[in-house]
Design a protein around this ligand. Structure first.
Ligand code: HEC
Length: 168
């Protein structure tokens, strides 16, 4: 009987440590952006739609911004700044002619996935947002990541550095 009381907590501790290590491994395995250490969030394709955008030449891209539950709630309530834990993902594709309908353009090859993560303490130097840009799942270089906040700050500082408004 006595032995059990000793063994049980130890067994739980060991199991806990194994679980923690596994979680760390999963995180470490994901490629993170330079400067910010932002990764592509799991399951983001199931997040809610915020708005679409079309970018003219030379990009010729169709874009969609998705938000996690915290970001969507903030959008709906008009909460600014966005609360910590808000995550926005922008997906982009080459705009191509629909093979089925003359006046329609549709998403072609995927070009990039861009991520903004709100953590007001960790990213205090960049308006509370961490940035990540990924091509084929691989983060782009540091020079590109030095441009993110500058452009967002120059144009939409009054909306917590977020361009996209929720589509009506
Ligand atoms: C030259 C200006 C510019 C730069 C540089 C820039 N962005 Fe943006 N970003 C925009 C615009 C404009 C939008 C609005 C959607 C659109 O038109 O594609 C946007 C939208 C976004 C969004 C969706 C949320 C929002 O603010 O609307 C994310 C996420 C994002 N950008 C991430 C990044 C990351 C990561 C980088 C750096 C690698 C970056 N951006 C660099 C202009 C810029």
């Amino acid at each position: 009987m006595k032995i059990r009381w000793v063994v049980l907590p130890i067994a739980l501790l060991v199991l806990g440590l194994i679980a923690l290590t596994a979680a760390d491994d999963a995180k470490a395995g994901k490629p993170a952006s330079p400067v910010y250490g932002v990764t592509v969030p799991d399951g983001y394709r199931r997040w809610q739609f915020i708005a679409s955008a079309r970018e003219a030449a030379p990009f010729d891209e169709l874009r969609v911004v998705l938000g996690n539950a915290i970001a969507v709630r903030a959008y709906r309530k008009g909460t600014l700044p966005f609360p910590d834990g808000s995550v926005l993902v922008k997906l982009a594709w080459k705009e191509v002619q629909s093979p089925d309908f003359a006046s329609a353009t549709i998403p072609g090859a995927a070009t990039s996935v861009q991520v903004m993560v709100k953590d007001s303490k960790k990213y205090a130097a960049s308006g509370g947002w961490g940035f990540g840009r990924f091509i084929g799942g691989v983060p782009t270089d540091e020079a590109q990541h030095r441009t993110c906040f500058a452009c967002h700050r120059a144009r939409v500082a009054d909306r917590d550095f977020v361009f996209t408004r929720i589509a009506p």
